[in-house]
Design a protein around this ligand. Structure first.
Ligand code: PCA
Length: 322
């Protein structure tokens, strides 16, 4: 009799534990070995551990669950409760997100942090209007130009097939006379191997993750901007958590943000060394190339200001006053 009661109680307990425990799948666009993905995996483990498994977060790197360009929508609609997306790829959702890839607006980690602080309220507001919340954001190292041939100036980019990762990099390619195609990082090796792409702007990190030395010989350290990934959560999914769990998620997010910024800075030079060690020519841009980029940057800043209007300008002003 007692044994039966104990067994029933144990079964009831096990049932209630499974009934309350939640599993969140967390799609990530970038490779499992990338520091953003590793950082997200640590964030996920921290939440799982601190909630004693009541909220288990499982990361899916490399676009394996949703591709990079599907993740924002998946989180917005609640198909995925949480996910990571490159902020500057969301210009079609709201021009404010494109502030993250305006050439030469913020070109160091220090300025990237200031830009983050200045733009965060506007980014959060936009996410809130779309039933989402920002958990944390982490930068990529400075962006440089990858190319199969030596590039001395924008003129050398005429007709070159250019891999873009957002509308801003497509526009930049157009302004150089290159031919842009949007390709997610996870598909880069294939795109370059098959000649679909011959150049791109990205960090040493992505070049390293995707072994770009197998396809391209040059990387010019233009330091054009430092775009960020953000981890976002569906508002209804977050609101459904009890308060203690919400606190754990927020706390782990704050820690992931700090660790992610530190890691990006720590690795930035190391990535460049790896490109060189694997045989790539890693150089600063020529004066001509730099001047061409600067000019294109000005054009793009003007175009963005038109789209982003007063609220965009307010963020730029806040950034410049910091
Ligand atoms: N790597 C990402 C975005 C910025 C970066 O450095 C990519 O190339 O897709």
């Amino acid at each position: 009799m007692t044994r039966r009661i104990i067994a029933a109680a144990a079964a009831a307990l096990a049932f209630s534990a499974t009934a309350h425990a939640e599993k969140w799948d967390m799609p990530l666009a970038y490779s499992a070995i990338n520091y953003h993905s590793e950082n997200a995996a640590r964030f996920a483990d921290a939440v799982t551990a601190a909630t004693g498994g009541e909220l288990e977060i499982v990361t899916h790197p490399g676009g394996s669950l949703y591709k990079g360009d599907e993740i924002f929508r998946a989180v917005r609609t609640g198909q995925a409760p949480i996910g990571e997306r490159l902020i500057s790829a969301l210009g079609n959702e709201d021009p404010i997100f494109e502030i993250d890839a305006l050439p030469f607006l913020a070109t160091s980690f220090e300025d990237a942090m200031k830009l983050y602080e200045a733009s965060r309220p506007a980014i959060e507001k936009s996410l809130e209007e779309k039933d989402m919340m920002l958990l944390y954001a982490v930068p990529w190292p400075p962006q440089g130009l990858y190319a199969t041939k030596a590039i001395g100036g924008a003129a050398d980019m005429a007709g070159v097939k250019f891999r873009a990762y957002n509308a801003a990099t497509s526009r930049l390619a157009e302004l150089m006379g290159a031919v842009p195609t949007k390709i997610e990082a996870a598909e880069l090796s294939q795109a370059f191997a098959t000649g679909v792409a011959e150049s791109m702007i990205s960090s040493g990190a992505t070049g390293y993750d995707q072994k770009m030395w197998e396809h391209v010989a040059y990387w010019y350290d233009v330091q054009a901007w430092l775009p960020k990934n953000m981890v976002i959560v569906n508002k209804a999914s977050f609101d459904a958590l009890d308060e203690a769990t919400q606190g754990i998620v927020r706390g782990a997010a704050a820690m992931a943000e700090q660790a992610g910024w530190a890691k990006a800075q720590e690795l930035a030079d190391w990535y460049k060394e790896q490109l060189a060690a694997n045989g790539m020519s890693v150089e600063p841009p020529s004066d001509t190339l730099r001047a061409d980029f600067m000019k294109i940057g000005q054009t793009m800043a003007g175009e963005w200001a038109e789209k982003a209007g007063e609220s965009g300008q307010a963020v730029i002003d806040a950034y410049k006053s910091m």
